[in-house]
Design a protein around this ligand. Sequence first.
Ligand code: BLA
Length: 519
Amino acid sequence: PLQAQELHLAYLEQAPIQFHNQIQPHGVLLVLSEPDLKIVQVTNNTLAVFGITPENVLQKTLDELIDPFQVERIRAGLADSSLELINPIKIWTKNRQKGDDYLVFDGVFHRSSDGFLILELEPALSQESIPFLSFYHLARASINQLEANSSLQDFCQTIVQEVRQVTGFDRVMLYKFDRDGHGVVLAEEKLDHLEPYLGLHYPESDIPKAARKLFASNWIRLIPDTHAEAIALVPAQNPETQRSLDLTFSILRSASPCHIEYLHNMGVGASLTISLMKDQKLWGLIACHHQSPKYVSYELRKACEFLGRLIFAEISAREETADHDYRMKLTYVQSALVDYMSQEENFVDGLVKHNPNLLDLAGAQGAAVCFGNNCTLIGETPKEEDLNFLLQWLRQQVQEEVFYTNSLSELYPDAERFKNVASGLLAIPISQRNYVLWFRPEVIQTVNWGGDPNQPFAATQTEGTVHLSPRKSFELWKETVRLTSLPWHSVEVKAALELRKAIINIVLRQADELAQLAQ
Ligand code: BLA
């Protein structure tokens, strides 16, 4: 077994997932050069689909593979619109060995990062009315919710219900990333007999950073059969550039073996994942699982992706409304404090003697204003002696305009002594020696994990190469989190920074007045 550090390194050094030259076997991928539409690479499954070996497909042009009149349609599309607009384009062909029936495909085009035209063919489903109806249901659900003024939680629940109804997956989850990169299942709809994942947390390493980056570019990904064997490109490298194809925007790219193993361990036979983006960052995912293989047409996938955008606008709006209300409240507290400070002879009295007071500005249970050698305390705070050591530590360690933590003893171990009043600390230095501090007590919390978060994956080493594998068990693992307070909200941190400015102004003014009196 590897040491923890080696394991960590192996995890960080995983090969990028978009250059592995492999796709899922339900479709065919062709790399075309322009303008002649010559086929320079193709996947190793053309014999089964077209009745022609990959070697025979290579060097042909597209109109030697499918009817020239279809290629005319494609050329017209390529010439006068953006590629997005011609997708999907129906393409049909016969298997040259097997016979008469036409095979119908959804053809999907994009350009790779090195400028080649990529055509991906997926078998088209026959029931054409489904996508439109589904689209209607999806849009209706979100619009109804826009009108109903429901909570964020209810909204997320409706979304997973609706996605499950139109796609038919066994399980649909809304998964949100937390500040530290791990994630939690916020809403879930599933077959009754499946074990619930609702409320469970999953470690950051379950979805590596490189994968998250990719999901920000490619918003919807389907694995119709997690047990299907990946198909390689022929030749493996582009003969004109000698490089691997960048599959970032491919709809057929096969998922990384580690993730496939993860899905098998969870008992998943097919999966569909929709990215939820906020401010160009991955906010969360809608994750759909099916126990057996399951295909979802390109059009329905696009409808789901569209829904992802629509929902997202809505989720953001709800989050921002909640923030906005709290911000307004704190703005009121702040202006009251500024008034009190200017009324009082000593500004410190303005912060602690009235209502609202310093505690209200940051939702804290205790606070201290330490100026010179004097600390004025309000609410539940550490003892003066403890405070003096804490101040010494702050003066040495903290250079920023604001400092906050919800687990002080992790950085300053002595804080464990007064965890009951100050496991959380928010501090603003007013000048080098002076501080305003807010405190929050320890809140012991239980976090439910999907499997042991201390051993999220394992590794084996064969002939020098390390193979990473995900954990086998996703059974509930309860973690008790101690020495931690409720987190400081960004709105509170901003309010503290604003107060800092106000105090500096007032202190300067009072110093000026004193100086004038002295003259
Ligand atoms: C991808 N891991 C993913 C994805 C999800 C998860 C949703 C995206 C899948 C997709 O886009 O199709 C994780 N799935 C979850 C979680 C739940 C779920 C947390 O349903 C909770 C209910 N994964 C590991 C380890 C590694 C790893 C140890 O656990 C690496 C060593 C890798 N996960 C990994 C990789 C991808 C991934 C590489 C990207 C797969 C790809 O697109 O190729």
